[in-house]
Design a protein around this ligand. Structure first.
Ligand SMILES: [Zn+2]
Length: 237
C-alpha cells in the first residue's frame, strides 16, 4: 500500500505540467507523425467505406453488463476526470461483437462482466502519460493506444447473482507487479479467476497484456485510426 501512496504523491507533484504536454502533443510540436482523427466527419467517412470500423455503443449493445467507467469520474489513479462521458462507451464493431460472445460464454457459469473503460479519446491518453510516463501501464501518446482506437477494454468478472466482483487480487489500475499475469504469489482462487477471464477473452479473439490483468485488446488488423472524437459525435452521423 505504501508503494501506492508514494505513487500517488508523485502524481500530485507532476500534475501541474499536464496541460502543457497536452498542448505539445495535440499541436504536433513534438514532431510525432501519428495520425489522430479529430473530426467526426472523417470518422464517418471511414465507416462509410468500411462498416467494420464502426464504433459501437456498448451500453446499447450489451445492456446487461455492469459499467463503472472510472475515467469519467475522479475515482481513478489520477484523481482526475479524464473524459466527460459516463453515459456512453464504445468499441469497434468486431471487438464489440466478440465481447458479446464473452458475455454469452460466462453466463452459463453464472458470471458476467464489469467494464471499467473502453474507447478513450486521444487527449485523455496524453493527460495520463503526463501523470505516469511508464509504457508498461500507459500508452505513449506518440504511438496512440488500443483504447484510442476503440480496440481495448478494461474489465473484470462479476457474480451475476450478487453483482460482486470476483477476487482478482488487486484492483483495476494497480501499478504493481502483483497485477501482472506472471505474478503467481496469489491464492488459487485469484489465479483461477484471472485465468478464467484470460481464457474466455482469448477464446473470443482478444489479447491479454502481461502487466495488467484487466486489459484486453483486439488486433489492430485494419489500421484503425486513433480517434480524439467526443462520445456523442460517435453515436450518429
Ligand atoms: Zn486498458
Amino acid at each position: 500500500m505504501s508503494k501506492n501512496r508514494q505513487f500517488f504523491d508523485k502524481i500530485e507533484k507532476i500534475r501541474g505540467v499536464c496541460l502543457l504536454t497536452l498542448l505539445v502533443f495535440s499541436t504536433g510540436i513534438s514532431g510525432q507523425k501519428l495520425k489522430v482523427v479529430h473530426k467526426a466527419k472523417t470518422y464517418w467517412k471511414t465507416v462509410g467505406s468500411d462498416s467494420l470500423q464502426r464504433m459501437v455503443e456498448l451500453k446499447s449493445l450489451l445492456p446487461d453488463l455492469e459499467y463503472d467507467l472510472r475515467y469519467a469520474t475522479t475515482l481513478n489513479f489520477t484523481g482526475t476526470v479524464l473524459y466527460k462521458s459516463s453515459q456512453y462507451t464504445f468499441l469497434r464493431l468486431p471487438a464489440a461483437s466478440a465481447l458479446s460472445k464473452v458475455e454469452a460464454a460466462l453466463e452459463s457459469l453464472g458470471l458476467g462482466l464489469k467494464i471499467f473503460d473502453a474507447y478513450r479519446p486521444y487527449h485523455a491518453t496524453v493527460l495520463m502519460w503526463d501523470l505516469v510516463h511508464d509504457e508498461r501501464y500507459v500508452a505513449n501518446p506518440s504511438k496512440g493506444s488500443g483504447h484510442n482506437r476503440g480496440l481495448a477494454v478494461d474489465l473484470t468478472l462479476i457474480d451475476l447473482e450478487t453483482d460482486e466482483e470476483l477476487n482478482m487480487g488487486t484492483g483495476f489500475d494497480n501499478f504493481t507487479d502483483s497485477a501482472h499475469h506472471t505474478f503467481k504469489k496469489l491464492s488459487n482462487e485469484i489465479l483461477e479467476n484471472r485465468q478464467l477471464l484470460k481464457k474466455t477473452m482469448e477464446a473470443a479473439g482478444f489479447r491479454a497484456l502481461e502487466t495488467e490483468w484487466w486489459h484486453y485488446s483486439w488486433p489492430n488488423d485494419r489500421n484503425y485510426d486513433v480517434l480524439d472524437i467526443d462520445f456523442r459525435k460517435l453515436l450518429h452521423k
